[in-house]
Design a protein around this ligand. Structure first.
Ligand code: NDP
Length: 305
């Protein structure tokens, strides 16, 4: 268990290694799928729907497809042209909703500017909502009811749990209030009995607030904005941000080299939250398959708050 009340005795922060945890979760998924196949008589199916040619999305979709094939999830996705009309995307979603081979549907964001994401996300069958972004599923999270969870914050929770971070009674600060990350993150931390503050672009004296955090989750989408001046010694720091640097390579929202020496634990970029987001997408899909076919998915349920 990490003692985040006291400054760490060891000056090296624990690395919240999403790559190895995601690999361990994939092993659990593989075991559940292998055991459930005779009963279900078909593998789980995930449809990643991509519209247009956003280059970053191309990389993310390829990573998701590779992860599916590693654990035995059938990839039933489609790639539609950037000028596809909203009605045609909607029709595609309705076809996937009706397809009994499909357990999870993910509409890869961002969409081309001509398409409005809200109505399309709402058209996904909430029980096939692999991204956990449907209004009904966000409501289920708010009420503490079971359902698919937003993948990125669920991945952060799994990283914290695997590192033995006990959140009960801890002061947590989330930087960012998006529906994709910040808001569901705050709800999940609160559900784990942390006392949560949410910061955003209008927050005054951000550093004074973040320095109160025993657990700091940064999802602001601002490259390297959080430095040593924002972090109290011994804090657990999770960096959700991911940015391609002009000089090559990736960075997060946190200046890792400054914060790592004072944090008790920190997630790297890459290799922290990113692989966990993909792992939780697979978990949502496989749990939906388990529910449809009466397969025992209990070994996965502790991964969702
Ligand atoms: P958004 O741009 O939708 O939201 C950013 C949030 O941060 C907003 O609430 C914004 O405030 C707040 N913010 C922006 N600037 C500041 C600032 N200077 N101080 C305090 N708050 C600020 O981004 P997302 O939530 O979609 O994503 C956040 C980051 O996480 C991005 O870098 C994204 O690429 C990454 N990401 C990574 C994933 C992964 O798997 N690793 C998955 C999803 C996202 P306001 O509301 O006032 O505008």
């Amino acid at each position: 268990m990490l003692a985040i009340d006291d400054p760490p005795a060891d000056p090296m922060a624990t690395l919240l290694d999403g790559r190895s945890l995601a690999a361990a979760i994939e092993q659990r998924l593989l075991a559940v799928i292998t055991a459930g196949l005779p009963l279900a008589a078909r593998p789980p199916g995930l449809a990643v729907l991509r519209v247009g040619d956003d280059p970053a999305s191309g990389v993310y979709v390829a990573n998701k497809e590779k992860a599916c094939s590693r654990v035995g999830i059938r990839n039933l996705g489609a790639h539609l042209a950037a000028d596809t009309a909203a009605a045609a995307v909607l029709e595609q979603i309705q076809r996937l909703n009706a397809n009994p081979q499909v357990d999870g549907i993910l509409l890869q964001l961002p969409l081309p500017a001509s398409l409005e994401e809200g109505p399309l996300l709402m058209a996904i069958d909430p029980d096939k909502d692999a991204d956990g972004l449907h209004t009904l599923n966000l409501g289920r999270l708010l009420k503490g009811e079971p359902g698919p969870r937003s993948c990125t914050p669920a991945g952060v929770m799994a990283l914290l749990a695997a590192a033995g971070v006990d959140l009960a009674g801890k002061r947590a600060v989330v930087v960012g209030r998006s529906i994709l990350v910040g808001q569901p993150m705050a709800l999940m931390l609160q559900a784990a009995n942390a006392t949560v503050s949410v910061a955003h672009s209008r927050t005054r004296d951000l550093a004074a607030l973040t320095r109160q955090a025993e657990v700091l989750v940064v999802a602001a989408g601002q490259p390297r904005m959080i430095g040593a001046e924002h972090v109290t010694p011994g804090a657990v720091v999770v960096d959700v941000g991911i940015h391609r640097q002009p000089e090559g390579g990736l960075c997060g929202d946190v200046r890792f080299e400054e914060v790592e020496p004072i944090a008790s634990a920190i997630s790297p970029v890459p290799g922290g939250v990113g692989p966990m987001t993909v792992a939780m997408l697979l978990v949502n899909t496989v749990l939906a398959w388990c529910r449809r076919h009466g397969v025992d998915g209990a070994v996965l349920e502790d991964l969702l708050v």
